[in-house]
Design a protein around this ligand. Structure first.
Ligand SMILES: N[C@@H](CCC(=O)N[C@@H](CS)C(=O)NCC(=O)O)C(=O)O
Length: 265
């Protein structure tokens, strides 16, 4: 029994979704309790004590101590429940998988810089940087498995790491008209499509991402408030399901709380 495992997470956080996907793939979703943290409110001092003052989530409490960093927690859970491994078992394949996973930081950075950019003159540089990242992934997959869909024969650890980012980058489709399919990078497009539709990875939807990340598209990350606004787009109440789709124009006028369905007046 591992009933003592608790993940503290922000529900729409891509790094936490990795853990949910991994557990889903292993049929172990119920062995870990997910405790929800509201990023728009001051952090609970008890949680800050657990993390020794750092605010980045997810963190996971185990019987032995606290673990941080999604990639570390993924490997820990994969090894803890070893009957259905998600990571490759053979040393060489594991190394190939790790090479792809090592690209996730630059990929993530390019996507978040692009969505948060507020300077119209920097838009094309941000866009080029994002394309360069997709090109790099495309080259890697062409190199390792040109005719396949996934990196290997199934949705594995690299897919678990990247899928939540492919989903977050729906915000680039919406706010930046950035269309991955139009890049002509067929190998990475095939990988991304299979990742997006995999049954173990359906924890969030495009509508939820687009609505919650409106403030990122206007330059405010991590639940921060934009000038003139009282409520973050990351708020739990009102729920995203009942709010209208936000305006797509991110370099124009910023929407108000009421236009975003965040306030009644
Ligand atoms: N490298 C970390 C990144 C975690 C991270 O940036 N989490 C974001 C939420 S998506 C967060 O907690 N932001 C709030 C903060 O850092 O205070 C990981 O992979 O776990």
């Amino acid at each position: 029994m591992h009933s003592e495992l608790v993940v503290y997470h922000i529900p729409v956080c891509p790094f936490s979704q990795r853990l949910e996907i991994l557990l889903e793939l292993k049929g172990k979703r119920d062995t870990v309790r997910f405790s929800v943290v509201d990023i728009t409110r001051p952090r609970d001092p008890a949680l800050l004590e657990l993390s020794r003052g750092s605010t980045a989530l997810p963190i996971m409490k185990t019987a032995q101590g606290v673990l941080k960093e999604s990639l570390v927690i993924l490997r820990y859970l994969d090894e803890l429940f070893r009957e259905t491994p998600v990571a490759r078992a053979a040393p060489y394949e594991r190394a190939v998988e790790s090479m792809l996973i090592a690209m996730e930081g630059d990929f993530t950075g390019a996507g978040y810089r692009f969505v948060m950019n507020q300077d119209r003159d920097r838009r094309s540089a941000c866009c080029e940087a994002m394309i360069a990242q997709y090109r790099r992934l495309n080259d890697f997959l062409e190199w390792q498995n040109p005719t396949g869909t996934y990196l290997f024969d199934r949705f594995g650890l690299a897919e678990t790491v990247f899928t939540p980012l492919f989903m977050r980058f729906w915000f680039l489709d919406y706010y930046e008209d950035f269309d991955v399919a139009a890049l002509g990078l067929e190998r990475v497009a095939r990988w991304r499509d299979a990742c997006l539709t995999h049954p173990a990875a359906q924890q969030v939807s495009k509508e939820e991402i687009v609505k919650l990340y409106y403030d990122y598209a206007m330059g405010a990350g991590n639940g921060a408030l934009l000038p003139g606004r009282k409520i973050s787009s990351f708020t739990f109440e009102p729920r995203w399901q009942g709010r209208p789709w936000p305006p797509r124009a991110k370099y124009g006028l910023a929407a108000t709380d009421s236009e975003l369905g965040l306030a009644s007046s």
